[in-house]
Write a protein that binds this ligand. Structure first.
Ligand SMILES: NC(=O)C1=CN([C@@H]2O[C@H](COP(=O)(O)OP(=O)(O)OC[C@H]3O[C@@H](n4cnc5c(N)ncnc54)[C@H](OP(=O)(O)O)[C@@H]3O)[C@@H](O)[C@H]2O)C=CC1
Ligand SMILES: O=C(O)[C@@H]1CCC=N1
Length: 287
């Protein structure tokens, strides 16, 4: 399939759908006319209209450009988990698929806490093989997302999508394919939700900078550059973060004095527990 024949449909137009659409448009992977967003209200659709994308509040209109036989649809399900577990949601979506469209549609669930099995139970046999699950984070908006991808082994036989979907996701950041759906819970802990933990650390460091006399703006610039530098050092040197930390800590110096405070505050355990709690919450939502 040529990328120009791809139509991307967001069911749900909120934070995560907007992050994906922004990322796809930034890198010109698709044109705005190839994207449609559906939501029940116009609250979020205005953002998509500003991007130049199609929008609709009418589910009957989601399969646009259907007169062209080459067109294929990638549906990203970007609704809250309680909606994604609702039989009525899936049956009203299924009703809109024409019989000749089944093999042209691929469904990607972005939802936390909704297993592929749950979705399969709601889909007809023709659609349930065209199904995958991703766990991204909002940094897709600047093509720096972290995305976990899982699909069941039989979907890998669908060469068209097994190539196209990772290609698209890698435009939005780095996509890691996992072979066990359980790992999606863990990816939520470190990436989907994990990005919010890093924002918390950044905010605290900025507050620290202000506390020692820097302006808010200067503190933020220094902290964000430091965080980016640290992430790049880990990825580009391939060194263990503790080894890199050792290179900063002089005996009886300033860094070890600060590290001692972090340890006293239980930073390691706190962060590990945050990742574990998000992961557990994801499992809990899936029940
Ligand atoms: N936010 C994040 O960082 C991440 C979110 N996710 C997952 O993505 C999903 C969406 O999250 P997020 O974007 O934050 O949520 P938002 O609340 O920002 O967006 C939800 C969207 O769903 C729409 N919606 C509500 N009811 C329906 C319905 N019956 N049919 C179709 N659309 C409906 C809303 O419509 P309206 O605009 O009218 O209110 C809104 O556009 C969740 O399942 C979450 O787990 C996954 C990874 C990261
Ligand atoms: O907080 C949540 O439930 C969603 C899923 C991952 C990130 N945000």
């Amino acid at each position: 399939m040529d990328t120009k024949d791809l139509r991307i449909i967001f069911i749900g137009a909120g934070n995560i759908a907007q992050s994906m659409a922004k990322g796809l448009l930034n890198c010109s992977y698709v044109k705005c006319e190839q994207i449609l967003a559906y939501a029940p209200s116009d609250r979020n659709l205005k953002t998509f209209q500003n991007f130049g994308c199609h929008t609709t509040q009418n589910l009957h209109q989601i399969f646009f450009d259907s007169q062209s036989s080459d067109v294929h649809y990638l549906l990203f399900i970007c609704v809250k988990p309680n909606i994604g577990k609702d039989f009525g949601f899936w049956s009203s979506l299924k009703d809109k698929v024409q019989p000749n469209q089944w093999d042209k549609i691929f469904i990607v669930s972005v939802m936390a806490g909704v297993s592929l099995q749950t979705i399969e139970n709601y889909l007809s046999p023709s659609l349930k093989h065209n199904l995958a699950r991703i766990m991204p984070n909002t940094a897709m908006a600047i093509n720096a997302g972290t995305i976990g991808l899982y699909w069941k082994p039989w979907n890998l036989t669908q060469k068209l999508w097994s190539e196209k979907l990772p290609e698209l996701l890698n435009k939005l950041g780095k996509c890691q394919q996992v072979d066990n759906e359980e790992q999606i819970h863990s990816i939520i802990g470190v990436a989907g939700s994990g990005i919010a933990f890093i924002y918390t650390v950044i905010q605290a460091m900025c507050d620290g900078g202000v506390s020692v006399g820097l302006s808010r703006q200067m503190s933020r610039e220094l902290v964000t550059q430091t965080v980016m530098g640290a992430a790049k050092m880990v990825t580009e040197t391939g060194m263990n973060p503790i080894e890199l930390r050792d290179h900063v800590c002089s005996p009886a110096g300033t860094t070890i004095a600060g590290v001692e405070m972090l340890e006293q505050g239980g930073i390691n355990a706190t962060i590990i527990n945050a990742v574990k709690k998000s992961t557990e919450r994801s499992r809990e939502l899936s029940k």
